[in-house]
Design a protein around this ligand. Structure first.
Ligand code: 5RP
Length: 215
């Protein structure tokens, strides 16, 4: 599977233009993209990173990491996903970086999502949906999610996000209307962000393979 991830990550370099500040996601597929970015680092102006993990990898390769506020709108964001439906709507946050990922996706003109074939699903929800919550709201948010969706929220015990928050993973969902669910869950007090990328889906999906498939 990591070969498919590598092929997807390296293909995304086709979308990098000279002088760009590149938005960079998080995860094992993105790690291959970062490594490929390192090989052309002299051609880019820097990166905006979605996690401490990606920041460390970018810096180790000599790529300057810029503050999102200073960088402004971005032309390109490259990130992985845990699930992708036929409309390029995604579940993300398996690596607990969903909030910063969502901020950068929103700030970007083009979101290129890089996945291995196993991430493609007809309906989102087989992968537990990550929701980042303010710690004191964990139990309230879990009750509201259960009532709203019927899914089972499970605390990702021991995980603290880069923002100092906690993650609930919601099991047993079949998300037939991802935009409505994203909107509804966003309204619960204490929810920082929801790992559904439906209101702002990917623009381009690269599925790793020989050759990579571009959707
Ligand atoms: C991190 C993410 C990742 O993009 C997602 O978990 C996919 O990771 P990987 O490329 O390791 O399979 O959303 O929060």
């Amino acid at each position: 599977m990591s070969e498919a991830k590598r092929l997807a990550g390296e293909k995304a370099i086709d979308y990098v233009e000279d002088g760009m500040v590149v938005g960079v996601g998080t995860g094992s597929t993105v790690a291959y993209f970062i490594d490929a970015l390192g090989r052309i680092r002299d051609r880019i102006a820097g990166a905006v990173s979605s996690s401490e993990q990606s920041t460390a990898r970018l810096k180790a390769l000599g790529i300057e990491v810029l503050d999102a506020n200073a960088a402004g709108p971005l032309k390109l964001y490259v990130d992985g996903a845990d699930e992708c439906d036929p409309h390029k709507r995604l579940i993300k946050g398996g690596g607990a970086a969903l909030t910063r990922e969502k901020i950068i996706a929103e700030a970007s003109e083009t979101f290129v999502c890089i996945i291995d074939p196993a991430k493609r699903v007809p309906v989102l929800g087989r992968f537990p949906l990550p929701v980042e919550v303010i710690p004191m709201a964990r139990s309230l948010v879990a009750r509201r999610i259960l009532a709203l969706t019927g899914g089972q929220p499970v605390w990702r015990d021991g995980v603290v996000t880069d923002n100092g928050n906690w993650i609930l993973d919601v099991h047993n969902l079949a998300i037939t209307d991802p935009v409505a669910m994203e909107t509804a869950l966003n309204q619960i007090p204490g929810v920082v962000s929801v790992g559904l990328f439906a209101r702002r889906p990917a623009d381009i999906v690269i599925v790793g393979g020989e050759p990579p498939q571009v959707l």
